[in-house]
Design a protein around this ligand. Structure first.
Ligand code: BG6
Length: 507
Protein backbone atom coordinates (compact mmCIF):
# COMPACT_ATOMS: atom_id res chain seq x y z
CA UNK A 1 0.00 0.00 0.00
CA UNK A 2 1.44 3.34 -0.99
CA UNK A 3 0.77 6.44 1.02
CA UNK A 4 1.39 9.94 -0.19
CA UNK A 5 3.03 12.60 1.89
CA UNK A 6 0.61 14.68 3.90
CA UNK A 7 0.44 18.08 2.25
CA UNK A 8 1.44 20.91 4.59
CA UNK A 9 0.53 24.57 4.60
CA UNK A 10 2.61 26.92 2.44
CA UNK A 11 5.46 28.55 4.35
CA UNK A 12 5.29 32.13 5.58
CA UNK A 13 5.81 34.74 2.85
CA UNK A 14 9.47 35.75 2.93
CA UNK A 15 12.57 36.83 1.08
CA UNK A 16 15.38 34.29 1.04
CA UNK A 17 18.78 36.00 0.85
CA UNK A 18 21.51 33.59 -0.30
CA UNK A 19 25.09 34.64 0.40
CA UNK A 20 27.29 32.70 -2.00
CA UNK A 21 24.63 32.68 -4.72
CA UNK A 22 27.12 32.16 -7.53
CA UNK A 23 28.53 29.03 -5.87
CA UNK A 24 28.07 25.33 -6.34
CA UNK A 25 25.82 24.75 -3.31
CA UNK A 26 23.24 27.22 -4.63
CA UNK A 27 23.15 25.70 -8.10
CA UNK A 28 23.38 22.04 -7.09
CA UNK A 29 21.24 22.01 -3.96
CA UNK A 30 19.37 25.18 -3.07
CA UNK A 31 17.74 25.91 -6.42
CA UNK A 32 16.51 22.32 -6.94
CA UNK A 33 15.24 22.38 -3.32
CA UNK A 34 13.31 25.60 -3.91
CA UNK A 35 11.89 24.12 -7.08
CA UNK A 36 10.66 21.01 -5.21
CA UNK A 37 9.11 23.19 -2.52
CA UNK A 38 7.37 25.33 -5.13
CA UNK A 39 6.15 22.25 -6.99
CA UNK A 40 4.71 20.89 -3.76
CA UNK A 41 2.84 24.16 -3.11
CA UNK A 42 4.98 24.82 -0.04
CA UNK A 43 6.16 28.34 -0.94
CA UNK A 44 3.98 31.38 -0.39
CA UNK A 45 3.01 33.42 -3.40
CA UNK A 46 4.80 36.38 -1.80
CA UNK A 47 8.14 34.56 -1.87
CA UNK A 48 11.32 35.96 -3.40
CA UNK A 49 15.04 35.19 -3.53
CA UNK A 50 17.95 37.63 -3.50
CA UNK A 51 21.34 36.19 -4.39
CA UNK A 52 24.44 37.91 -3.01
CA UNK A 53 28.01 37.24 -4.17
CA UNK A 54 31.12 39.03 -5.30
CA UNK A 55 30.76 38.21 -9.04
CA UNK A 56 29.21 40.91 -11.20
CA UNK A 57 26.07 39.12 -12.38
CA UNK A 58 22.80 40.49 -13.67
CA UNK A 59 19.46 39.20 -12.39
CA UNK A 60 19.10 37.33 -15.67
CA UNK A 61 22.50 35.67 -15.32
CA UNK A 62 21.56 34.44 -11.85
CA UNK A 63 18.30 33.11 -13.29
CA UNK A 64 20.20 31.28 -16.04
CA UNK A 65 22.46 29.61 -13.46
CA UNK A 66 19.48 28.68 -11.31
CA UNK A 67 17.67 27.28 -14.35
CA UNK A 68 20.70 25.20 -15.19
CA UNK A 69 20.85 23.85 -11.62
CA UNK A 70 17.18 22.92 -11.67
CA UNK A 71 17.52 21.33 -15.08
CA UNK A 72 20.64 19.33 -14.16
CA UNK A 73 19.83 18.31 -10.61
CA UNK A 74 16.03 18.18 -10.56
CA UNK A 75 15.63 17.16 -14.21
CA UNK A 76 13.06 19.89 -14.89
CA UNK A 77 12.73 21.99 -18.03
CA UNK A 78 13.26 25.65 -16.97
CA UNK A 79 10.32 26.67 -19.18
CA UNK A 80 7.96 24.58 -17.11
CA UNK A 81 5.40 26.77 -15.26
CA UNK A 82 6.56 26.22 -11.65
CA UNK A 83 10.17 26.68 -12.61
CA UNK A 84 9.33 29.90 -14.46
CA UNK A 85 7.36 31.05 -11.37
CA UNK A 86 10.43 30.55 -9.23
CA UNK A 87 12.95 32.07 -11.65
CA UNK A 88 10.78 35.15 -11.94
CA UNK A 89 11.26 35.71 -8.19
CA UNK A 90 15.06 35.78 -8.33
CA UNK A 91 17.22 38.89 -8.17
CA UNK A 92 20.85 39.64 -7.42
CA UNK A 93 23.09 41.99 -5.46
CA UNK A 94 26.82 42.02 -6.30
CA UNK A 95 29.31 42.90 -3.58
CA UNK A 96 32.05 41.76 -1.24
CA UNK A 97 30.91 40.17 2.03
CA UNK A 98 33.19 42.45 4.05
CA UNK A 99 32.01 45.71 2.46
CA UNK A 100 29.34 47.78 4.24
CA UNK A 101 28.08 49.00 0.86
CA UNK A 102 26.95 45.46 -0.04
CA UNK A 103 24.62 45.50 2.96
CA UNK A 104 23.22 48.96 2.14
CA UNK A 105 22.40 47.71 -1.35
CA UNK A 106 20.97 44.54 0.12
CA UNK A 107 18.75 46.47 2.53
CA UNK A 108 17.33 48.50 -0.36
CA UNK A 109 16.74 45.34 -2.40
CA UNK A 110 15.02 43.57 0.52
CA UNK A 111 12.66 46.48 0.90
CA UNK A 112 11.95 46.58 -2.82
CA UNK A 113 11.26 42.82 -2.89
CA UNK A 114 9.01 43.09 0.14
CA UNK A 115 7.01 45.89 -1.45
CA UNK A 116 6.79 44.23 -4.84
CA UNK A 117 5.45 41.10 -3.22
CA UNK A 118 2.89 42.75 -1.03
CA UNK A 119 4.85 43.98 1.95
CA UNK A 120 6.40 40.99 3.73
CA UNK A 121 9.32 41.99 5.97
CA UNK A 122 10.26 38.38 6.74
CA UNK A 123 13.81 37.57 5.71
CA UNK A 124 15.73 34.30 5.84
CA UNK A 125 19.51 34.74 5.39
CA UNK A 126 21.31 31.66 4.08
CA UNK A 127 25.10 31.56 4.49
CA UNK A 128 26.14 29.25 1.64
CA UNK A 129 29.70 30.55 1.81
CA UNK A 130 33.11 29.32 2.94
CA UNK A 131 33.17 29.30 6.76
CA UNK A 132 35.66 32.20 6.93
CA UNK A 133 32.86 34.47 5.71
CA UNK A 134 30.33 33.48 8.43
CA UNK A 135 31.62 35.90 11.09
CA UNK A 136 32.01 38.95 8.80
CA UNK A 137 28.58 38.48 7.18
CA UNK A 138 26.82 38.16 10.53
CA UNK A 139 28.66 41.22 11.87
CA UNK A 140 27.64 43.32 8.86
CA UNK A 141 24.02 42.15 9.01
CA UNK A 142 23.98 43.35 12.62
CA UNK A 143 25.57 46.71 11.84
CA UNK A 144 23.26 47.31 8.89
CA UNK A 145 20.25 46.73 11.16
CA UNK A 146 19.12 43.74 9.08
CA UNK A 147 19.04 41.18 11.90
CA UNK A 148 15.78 42.51 13.35
CA UNK A 149 12.63 44.12 12.02
CA UNK A 150 9.54 45.38 13.79
CA UNK A 151 7.13 44.04 11.14
CA UNK A 152 8.53 40.60 10.39
CA UNK A 153 10.89 37.84 11.40
CA UNK A 154 14.60 37.61 10.59
CA UNK A 155 16.38 34.23 10.62
CA UNK A 156 19.77 32.95 9.60
CA UNK A 157 20.87 29.54 8.27
CA UNK A 158 24.49 28.57 8.77
CA UNK A 159 26.09 25.75 6.81
CA UNK A 160 28.71 23.40 8.19
CA UNK A 161 31.53 23.27 9.15
CA UNK A 162 30.56 25.05 12.34
CA UNK A 163 34.07 25.71 13.66
CA UNK A 164 37.14 23.54 13.42
CA UNK A 165 37.51 22.79 17.12
CA UNK A 166 35.89 23.64 20.42
CA UNK A 167 37.43 27.11 20.73
CA UNK A 168 36.52 28.20 17.19
CA UNK A 169 32.95 26.83 17.55
CA UNK A 170 32.55 28.76 20.81
CA UNK A 171 33.93 31.93 19.19
CA UNK A 172 31.58 31.54 16.23
CA UNK A 173 28.61 30.98 18.52
CA UNK A 174 29.53 34.09 20.49
CA UNK A 175 29.80 36.24 17.37
CA UNK A 176 26.46 35.01 16.00
CA UNK A 177 24.71 35.34 19.34
CA UNK A 178 25.92 38.95 19.58
CA UNK A 179 23.70 39.70 16.57
CA UNK A 180 20.94 37.07 16.44
CA UNK A 181 19.06 35.45 19.31
CA UNK A 182 19.24 31.63 19.54
CA UNK A 183 15.70 31.05 18.17
CA UNK A 184 16.65 33.02 15.03
CA UNK A 185 19.63 30.76 14.31
CA UNK A 186 19.40 27.61 12.17
CA UNK A 187 22.68 25.62 12.18
CA UNK A 188 22.08 23.14 9.42
CA UNK A 189 23.18 19.51 9.32
CA UNK A 190 21.90 17.82 6.20
CA UNK A 191 21.66 14.46 8.01
CA UNK A 192 18.62 15.78 9.82
CA UNK A 193 16.89 16.25 6.47
CA UNK A 194 17.08 12.52 5.76
CA UNK A 195 13.76 10.75 6.25
CA UNK A 196 15.16 7.69 8.02
CA UNK A 197 17.13 9.88 10.41
CA UNK A 198 13.94 11.67 11.40
CA UNK A 199 12.24 8.30 11.54
CA UNK A 200 14.48 7.29 14.45
CA UNK A 201 12.30 9.54 16.61
CA UNK A 202 9.12 7.88 15.34
CA UNK A 203 10.54 4.38 15.72
CA UNK A 204 11.57 5.00 19.30
CA UNK A 205 8.81 7.19 20.65
CA UNK A 206 5.71 6.23 18.66
CA UNK A 207 6.05 2.49 19.34
CA UNK A 208 5.63 0.78 22.67
CA UNK A 209 7.44 -2.17 21.13
CA UNK A 210 10.98 -0.82 21.04
CA UNK A 211 11.30 1.77 23.77
CA UNK A 212 10.90 -0.71 26.61
CA UNK A 213 13.93 -2.61 25.28
CA UNK A 214 16.01 0.49 24.61
CA UNK A 215 18.39 0.36 27.55
CA UNK A 216 21.39 -1.27 29.22
CA UNK A 217 19.33 -4.27 30.37
CA UNK A 218 18.49 -5.40 26.85
CA UNK A 219 21.07 -3.78 24.57
CA UNK A 220 24.58 -5.16 24.26
CA UNK A 221 26.07 -2.39 22.14
CA UNK A 222 25.33 0.02 19.29
CA UNK A 223 27.24 0.48 16.03
CA UNK A 224 26.92 3.65 13.96
CA UNK A 225 28.48 3.47 10.52
CA UNK A 226 28.81 6.04 7.77
CA UNK A 227 30.86 4.27 5.12
CA UNK A 228 31.50 6.10 1.87
CA UNK A 229 32.89 4.84 -1.42
CA UNK A 230 33.70 8.43 -2.37
CA UNK A 231 37.33 9.44 -2.23
CA UNK A 232 38.56 12.92 -1.41
CA UNK A 233 38.11 13.66 -5.13
CA UNK A 234 38.78 17.30 -5.93
CA UNK A 235 38.10 18.52 -2.37
CA UNK A 236 41.74 18.11 -1.29
CA UNK A 237 42.28 21.78 -0.44
CA UNK A 238 39.42 21.71 2.04
CA UNK A 239 39.73 18.14 3.27
CA UNK A 240 43.46 17.86 4.00
CA UNK A 241 43.21 20.47 6.73
CA UNK A 242 40.05 18.90 8.16
CA UNK A 243 40.03 15.09 8.09
CA UNK A 244 37.29 12.55 8.76
CA UNK A 245 36.91 13.28 12.48
CA UNK A 246 36.07 16.98 12.07
CA UNK A 247 34.24 16.53 8.76
CA UNK A 248 31.78 13.87 9.92
CA UNK A 249 31.77 13.16 13.65
CA UNK A 250 30.69 16.24 15.65
CA UNK A 251 27.86 16.76 13.17
CA UNK A 252 26.49 13.79 11.21
CA UNK A 253 27.55 10.88 13.44
CA UNK A 254 26.66 12.68 16.65
CA UNK A 255 23.24 13.57 15.26
CA UNK A 256 22.60 9.86 14.74
CA UNK A 257 24.04 9.08 18.16
CA UNK A 258 21.93 11.63 19.99
CA UNK A 259 18.68 10.63 18.28
CA UNK A 260 19.29 6.96 19.04
CA UNK A 261 20.38 7.45 22.63
CA UNK A 262 18.60 10.54 23.98
CA UNK A 263 15.85 10.39 26.60
CA UNK A 264 12.25 10.92 25.42
CA UNK A 265 11.62 14.66 25.18
CA UNK A 266 8.68 16.07 27.15
CA UNK A 267 7.21 17.43 23.91
CA UNK A 268 8.06 17.23 20.25
CA UNK A 269 9.12 20.85 20.02
CA UNK A 270 12.50 22.38 19.28
CA UNK A 271 13.28 23.33 22.86
CA UNK A 272 12.51 19.91 24.34
CA UNK A 273 14.14 17.82 21.60
CA UNK A 274 17.30 19.90 21.43
CA UNK A 275 17.67 19.99 25.18
CA UNK A 276 17.57 16.17 25.32
CA UNK A 277 20.10 15.86 22.49
CA UNK A 278 22.48 18.26 24.20
CA UNK A 279 22.02 16.43 27.50
CA UNK A 280 22.95 13.14 25.87
CA UNK A 281 26.11 14.58 24.33
CA UNK A 282 27.08 16.02 27.69
CA UNK A 283 26.79 12.52 29.17
CA UNK A 284 29.36 11.08 26.74
CA UNK A 285 32.54 10.29 28.66
CA UNK A 286 35.37 12.56 27.57
CA UNK A 287 38.48 10.85 26.25
CA UNK A 288 41.66 11.03 28.29
CA UNK A 289 45.07 10.89 26.52
CA UNK A 290 45.20 7.26 27.65
CA UNK A 291 41.72 6.27 26.41
CA UNK A 292 42.11 8.22 23.14
CA UNK A 293 45.07 5.96 22.36
CA UNK A 294 42.94 2.79 22.55
CA UNK A 295 39.45 3.99 21.79
CA UNK A 296 40.03 6.25 18.81
CA UNK A 297 41.43 4.72 15.63
CA UNK A 298 42.45 6.78 12.65
CA UNK A 299 43.25 5.53 9.19
CA UNK A 300 44.07 6.80 5.73
CA UNK A 301 43.32 5.04 2.48
CA UNK A 302 46.15 3.65 0.40
CA UNK A 303 45.89 2.61 -3.25
CA UNK A 304 43.27 0.00 -4.03
CA UNK A 305 40.04 -0.46 -5.96
CA UNK A 306 36.51 0.64 -5.09
CA UNK A 307 33.68 -1.12 -6.88
CA UNK A 308 36.11 -2.34 -9.53
CA UNK A 309 37.64 1.11 -10.12
CA UNK A 310 41.34 1.67 -9.41
CA UNK A 311 41.93 4.31 -6.74
CA UNK A 312 45.20 6.13 -6.03
CA UNK A 313 46.39 6.54 -2.46
CA UNK A 314 44.98 9.56 -0.61
CA UNK A 315 48.45 11.11 -0.51
CA UNK A 316 48.53 11.16 -4.32
CA UNK A 317 45.20 12.94 -4.71
CA UNK A 318 45.20 16.56 -5.98
CA UNK A 319 46.08 19.22 -3.37
CA UNK A 320 47.10 16.67 -0.72
CA UNK A 321 50.51 17.03 0.91
CA UNK A 322 52.64 13.99 -0.09
CA UNK A 323 53.34 13.06 3.55
CA UNK A 324 49.89 14.04 4.81
CA UNK A 325 48.81 12.43 8.09
CA UNK A 326 45.18 13.51 7.67
CA UNK A 327 42.78 10.71 8.55
CA UNK A 328 40.19 9.60 6.00
CA UNK A 329 38.78 7.05 8.45
CA UNK A 330 37.97 7.25 12.12
CA UNK A 331 36.49 4.77 14.58
CA UNK A 332 35.58 5.66 18.16
CA UNK A 333 34.38 3.73 21.17
CA UNK A 334 32.16 5.94 23.28
CA UNK A 335 30.75 5.38 26.74
CA UNK A 336 27.66 7.23 27.90
CA UNK A 337 27.51 8.04 31.59
CA UNK A 338 23.83 7.87 32.39
CA UNK A 339 21.36 5.42 33.86
CA UNK A 340 20.08 4.19 30.54
CA UNK A 341 23.41 3.46 28.90
CA UNK A 342 26.02 2.80 31.60
CA UNK A 343 28.18 -0.10 30.40
CA UNK A 344 26.82 -0.12 26.81
CA UNK A 345 29.55 0.79 24.30
CA UNK A 346 28.66 2.89 21.28
CA UNK A 347 31.03 2.21 18.38
CA UNK A 348 31.15 4.86 15.67
CA UNK A 349 33.04 4.68 12.39
CA UNK A 350 33.20 6.64 9.18
CA UNK A 351 35.57 6.54 6.26
CA UNK A 352 36.14 7.43 2.65
CA UNK A 353 37.10 5.04 -0.17
CA UNK A 354 35.62 2.03 1.61
CA UNK A 355 34.31 -1.04 -0.17
CA UNK A 356 30.62 -0.10 -0.11
CA UNK A 357 28.35 2.81 0.70
CA UNK A 358 26.48 2.13 3.89
CA UNK A 359 25.01 4.44 6.51
CA UNK A 360 23.29 2.61 9.32
CA UNK A 361 22.65 2.44 13.03
CA UNK A 362 22.73 -1.15 14.29
CA UNK A 363 21.48 -1.97 17.76
CA UNK A 364 22.67 -5.32 19.02
CA UNK A 365 20.49 -6.97 21.67
CA UNK A 366 21.77 -9.22 24.40
CA UNK A 367 21.44 -12.95 24.01
CA UNK A 368 18.54 -14.88 25.48
CA UNK A 369 19.35 -15.77 29.13
CA UNK A 370 20.29 -19.37 28.46
CA UNK A 371 20.69 -21.39 25.35
CA UNK A 372 17.70 -23.64 25.16
CA UNK A 373 19.06 -25.01 21.94
CA UNK A 374 22.38 -26.01 23.42
CA UNK A 375 21.92 -29.72 22.69
CA UNK A 376 20.55 -29.36 19.21
CA UNK A 377 22.74 -29.08 16.10
CA UNK A 378 22.82 -25.32 16.30
CA UNK A 379 26.40 -24.17 15.98
CA UNK A 380 25.88 -20.55 16.73
CA UNK A 381 22.79 -18.46 17.09
CA UNK A 382 22.45 -15.43 14.83
CA UNK A 383 22.70 -12.17 16.66
CA UNK A 384 19.62 -10.07 17.37
CA UNK A 385 19.95 -6.70 15.68
CA UNK A 386 17.63 -3.83 14.90
CA UNK A 387 19.24 -2.12 11.92
CA UNK A 388 18.16 1.36 10.87
CA UNK A 389 19.43 1.71 7.34
CA UNK A 390 19.82 5.26 6.06
CA UNK A 391 21.84 4.85 2.87
CA UNK A 392 21.85 3.65 0.14
CA UNK A 393 18.38 2.22 0.82
CA UNK A 394 16.08 3.43 3.58
CA UNK A 395 14.85 0.64 5.75
CA UNK A 396 14.52 -0.83 9.21
CA UNK A 397 15.33 -4.48 9.66
CA UNK A 398 14.95 -6.85 12.55
CA UNK A 399 17.35 -9.77 12.62
CA UNK A 400 16.44 -12.84 14.65
CA UNK A 401 16.61 -16.64 14.72
CA UNK A 402 14.05 -18.93 13.13
CA UNK A 403 13.79 -22.66 12.65
CA UNK A 404 14.75 -23.94 9.25
CA UNK A 405 11.89 -26.12 7.90
CA UNK A 406 12.58 -29.85 8.12
CA UNK A 407 12.70 -32.74 10.56
CA UNK A 408 15.79 -31.52 12.43
CA UNK A 409 15.87 -28.53 14.73
CA UNK A 410 18.20 -26.25 12.84
CA UNK A 411 18.16 -22.51 13.33
CA UNK A 412 19.15 -19.75 10.98
CA UNK A 413 19.27 -15.97 11.12
CA UNK A 414 16.37 -14.31 9.27
CA UNK A 415 15.28 -10.71 8.72
CA UNK A 416 12.05 -8.80 8.91
CA UNK A 417 12.39 -5.79 6.65
CA UNK A 418 10.52 -2.52 6.37
CA UNK A 419 11.51 -0.61 3.25
CA UNK A 420 10.42 2.95 2.79
CA UNK A 421 9.86 2.49 -0.91
CA UNK A 422 7.41 -0.39 -0.34
CA UNK A 423 5.08 1.78 1.72
CA UNK A 424 5.47 5.35 0.63
CA UNK A 425 5.54 7.04 -2.76
CA UNK A 426 8.98 8.36 -3.50
CA UNK A 427 8.88 12.13 -3.93
CA UNK A 428 11.99 13.56 -5.61
CA UNK A 429 14.00 15.49 -3.02
CA UNK A 430 17.45 16.86 -2.37
CA UNK A 431 17.09 16.17 1.36
CA UNK A 432 17.02 19.93 2.07
CA UNK A 433 13.30 20.54 1.49
CA UNK A 434 12.13 19.83 5.05
CA UNK A 435 14.99 21.84 6.49
CA UNK A 436 14.43 24.97 4.38
CA UNK A 437 10.68 24.75 4.85
CA UNK A 438 11.12 24.46 8.62
CA UNK A 439 13.19 27.66 8.61
CA UNK A 440 10.38 29.43 6.81
CA UNK A 441 7.79 28.32 9.35
CA UNK A 442 10.05 28.94 12.34
CA UNK A 443 10.56 25.36 13.53
CA UNK A 444 14.16 24.72 14.55
CA UNK A 445 13.70 21.22 15.97
CA UNK A 446 15.91 19.76 13.24
CA UNK A 447 18.72 22.27 13.73
CA UNK A 448 21.58 22.33 16.17
CA UNK A 449 21.57 24.60 19.17
CA UNK A 450 24.72 26.37 20.41
CA UNK A 451 24.96 24.07 23.40
CA UNK A 452 24.67 20.92 21.29
CA UNK A 453 27.40 22.06 18.91
CA UNK A 454 29.75 22.86 21.78
CA UNK A 455 29.03 19.58 23.59
CA UNK A 456 29.88 17.73 20.37
CA UNK A 457 33.16 19.58 19.88
CA UNK A 458 34.09 19.00 23.52
CA UNK A 459 34.04 15.22 22.90
CA UNK A 460 36.01 15.48 19.68
CA UNK A 461 38.50 17.98 21.11
CA UNK A 462 40.14 15.45 23.42
CA UNK A 463 40.88 13.22 20.44
CA UNK A 464 42.15 16.15 18.37
CA UNK A 465 44.47 17.14 21.21
CA UNK A 466 45.85 13.65 21.47
CA UNK A 467 46.41 13.37 17.74
CA UNK A 468 48.09 16.77 17.60
CA UNK A 469 50.69 15.55 20.07
CA UNK A 470 51.82 12.85 17.65
CA UNK A 471 50.59 13.67 14.13
CA UNK A 472 51.66 10.48 12.41
CA UNK A 473 51.49 8.06 15.35
CA UNK A 474 49.10 5.20 14.87
CA UNK A 475 47.82 6.40 11.51
CA UNK A 476 46.74 3.07 10.05
CA UNK A 477 46.71 2.64 6.29
CA UNK A 478 43.90 0.68 4.66
CA UNK A 479 43.53 -0.25 1.01
CA UNK A 480 40.85 1.67 -0.86
CA UNK A 481 37.86 -0.63 -1.30
CA UNK A 482 38.39 -2.46 2.01
CA UNK A 483 36.44 -2.41 5.30
CA UNK A 484 38.89 0.05 6.87
CA UNK A 485 42.01 -0.53 8.97
CA UNK A 486 42.40 -3.77 10.97
CA UNK A 487 43.09 -1.60 14.04
CA UNK A 488 39.38 -0.73 14.07
CA UNK A 489 38.55 -4.44 14.10
CA UNK A 490 41.01 -4.93 16.96
CA UNK A 491 39.26 -2.23 18.99
CA UNK A 492 36.03 -4.26 18.97
CA UNK A 493 37.80 -7.61 19.24
CA UNK A 494 39.26 -6.47 22.57
CA UNK A 495 35.64 -6.22 23.77
CA UNK A 496 34.77 -9.61 22.27
CA UNK A 497 32.72 -7.98 19.51
CA UNK A 498 32.98 -7.33 15.81
CA UNK A 499 31.86 -4.73 13.32
CA UNK A 500 29.03 -5.60 11.02
CA UNK A 501 30.56 -6.16 7.59
CA UNK A 502 30.33 -3.21 5.24
CA UNK A 503 30.98 -5.24 2.11
CA UNK A 504 28.40 -7.95 2.68
CA UNK A 505 25.30 -6.42 4.11
CA UNK A 506 22.83 -9.25 3.85
CA UNK A 507 21.88 -8.96 7.53
C1 BG6 B 1 29.49 16.18 4.12
C2 BG6 B 1 30.98 15.93 4.20
O1 BG6 B 1 29.07 16.97 5.20
O2 BG6 B 1 28.81 14.93 4.17
C3 BG6 B 1 31.43 15.04 3.04
O3 BG6 B 1 31.68 17.18 4.13
C4 BG6 B 1 30.62 13.76 3.02
O4 BG6 B 1 32.81 14.72 3.15
C5 BG6 B 1 29.12 14.06 3.08
O5 BG6 B 1 30.92 13.06 1.83
C6 BG6 B 1 28.32 12.78 3.29
O6 BG6 B 1 26.96 13.04 3.13
P1 BG6 B 1 25.96 11.90 2.65
O7 BG6 B 1 24.60 12.54 2.72
O8 BG6 B 1 26.37 11.53 1.25
O9 BG6 B 1 26.13 10.76 3.60
Amino acid sequence: MAKNQTPGRPADPCTLVIFGASGDLTRRLLMPTLYHLAAGGMLADRFSVIGVARSELSDDELRRRAADGIDTFAGVDPKQATCAWLLDRLSYVAGAFDDAKTYRNLAAKIEACGKARGGSANVLFYLATPPAAFGPIIGHLGKAGLARHADGWRRVIIEKPFGTDLASAQALNASILAVFAEPQIYRIDHYLGKETVQNILALRFANGLFESLWNRDRIDHVQITVAETLTVGTRGKFYDGVGALRDMVPNHLFQLLSLVAMEPPARLDAESVRAEKAKLLRAVQLFTPESAMHEAVRGQYAAGAVEGKKIDAYRRAPDIAPGSATETYVALRLAIDNWRWAGVPFYLRTGKALGARCTEVAIKFKEAPFTLFRDTPVAQLAENFVVIRIQPDESIALQFNAKVPGPRLVLDGVRMDFNYRDYFDAVPTTGYETLIYDCMIGDNTLFQQAEEVEAAWRIVQAVLDDWREAPARDLALYPAGSEGPPEAEDMLARDGRQWRPILRQSA
